[in-house]
Every structure is written in structure tokens, then in C-alpha cells.
Design a protein around this ligand. Sequence first.
Ligand SMILES: CC(C)(COP(=O)(O)OP(=O)(O)OC[C@H]1O[C@@H](n2cnc3c(N)ncnc32)[C@H](O)[C@@H]1OP(=O)(O)O)[C@@H](O)C(=O)NCCC(=O)NCCS
Length: 250
Amino acid sequence: MAVDLEKILRPVEHPMPPFEPKYMTLAGGEDMIIRQAKREEIPELLAYVEPLLHVERDYYDVVTARLYSELLAYYRYRVQDEYVLVAQIDGELAAIVNGRRMNADVGMSYHTLALRRGLRVGAHAFATKMEYHIDTMRQKEVLVVAESPIGFRRWMIEYKLEKRFEIPHELGGVPSWALTKELFDRARGSLIVGRRPVPDHLLKKAEAAIIPPSDPPTPPEDTLAATRAKYDSTGTALMLQRRKLTGKEE
Ligand SMILES: CC(C)(COP(=O)(O)OP(=O)(O)OC[C@H]1O[C@@H](n2cnc3c(N)ncnc32)[C@H](O)[C@@H]1OP(=O)(O)O)[C@@H](O)C(=O)NCCC(=O)NCCS
């Protein structure tokens, strides 16, 4: 009985071509590899993503809550035709992107999460997932939304995405935008960069282990105080009081 029910609950996946890993050199000179995450690597990703649930800044909390659920559903076979790509610098997790094949012609972009800031790792990871949809899956367009102003700047403005407001996106049912093949072709060589094949030693290092992010975004020490001005004396008093309560200060 239990086995039969699982057959109904677990969606039948359409065959999707594997993503061929690529790499690019970041502004700081480091090489970043982007590769497809294996299903068995998802629990590790969940552990690194979870702390970002408490970072309100730049909507990390909303994006993380949704991404967590998408990763978990993928791991436990409760979502159809999803894929997950990871970006690593020296083995270290720098970004996660995911999405799914909606049908043969249309892709659904889920999330982009940067775990290292200021290097455009999120922008490169997003470009790479668009490439997976357009070049590898040969889809005509990808439906995209943004939850944060930075996301809006990065996707809607930089790529000049087209409105598809009549289509509710799977992320919250908000109006969709589309990255078409034509827009993608225009961005080749500028927003979409990277090389293949990935040198063997770099790929082996990335596949050997996903090293936890060394400098991920963190929540403020005191969320209430952080909402006040930096030099607001009441805010500082609150932080001191909290430190005393937790035994960190005499
Ligand atoms: C949107 C996102 C993926 C973009 O990642 P990214 O391309 O690597 O860019 P960053 O977030 O590091 O930087 C974005 C801007 O903020 C600035 N910035 C913000 N916080 C920063 C920090 N701690 N260190 C350095 N730069 C920072 C950068 O200078 C950059 O400015 P620019 O646009 O003029 O280049 C990333 O901001 C993110 O994960 N945000 C939270 C989740 C989210 O919104 N995802 C997208 C959903 S639509």
C-alpha cells in the first residue's frame, strides 16, 4: 500500500540533459566553478542555507525560506523536473541557483542565492542557469521574478527582461518576466561568460567536497537595535542589556 501511494506522490520526471560544468575568473582573480549538484549533496546545502533564514537584509530570509523548501522537495522527490547548480570557489560554496523545466519550450527560474558578496557570483550563477535553459535544454524562454531590489536590478534591468504579467510565477504567484532566447543571445560575451571544459584538478576539487561558506551574510547581533540608527544611544543600551543578560558582559 505504502509503496503504491509513493508511486502517485512522486512525480515522474522528464529526462533533462546534464549540465556541463563551466568556470569563470572573478574580478578578484579567483576561479569559480559552476556544476550540477547531485541529489545526495542536498542535505549539505540545506545546512549551509539554513542560517540565512534569519538575515532580513536584501530579502535573504524570504529567498532562503523558499529555496530551502525547493531543495528539500527536490531531495525528497516532491517537485517535478527541478535541477540545482552550485558555484564553488576553491571548493567553497559561493552561490546556489535552481529552477525547473516547465515544458519543452519554457523554463521556470526559481532562486539565486549568493553566499559570498560583492563579486557578482550571484550574477554569474544566474547567467549560467539561463544558459542551461536556453542552450542545453533548448527552451524558448525562462520565466523569472525578483524578490529583492538587487535581484530586480540584476535580472530585469541588466537583461531588459520582457513582461509576461499574464502568467503568475510559481514563486508566490506574482507576475512573471521572461528572458527570451533573443535577450540571452544579446547578453552573450557580456553578462554570460565562462569557459569549458573545466580543468580536471579544479573539477575534482569542487566535486570532492562542498566546503562551507567562510564569509556568508549574517544576521545583526541584535535585530531590534539594528533597526535603529548606528549611534542611537537607546539602541546601544539595548545591545549592552542583551549582552549582560546572555552573560557576555559584567
Ligand atoms: C541577488 C543576488 C543573487 C546578487 O548577487 P551578486 O550578483 O553576487 O551581487 P551582490 O549581492 O554580492 O552585490 C550586489 C550589490 O550590492 C552591493 N553589496 C551589498 N552588500 C554587499 C556586501 N556585503 N559586500 C559587498 N558588496 C555588497 C554590491 O556592491 C553590489 O553592487 P553593484 O550592483 O553595484 O555591483 C544576491 O544579492 C542575493 O543572494 N540576494 C539575496 C537573495 C536574492 O534576492 N536572490 C535573488 C532573488 S530574485
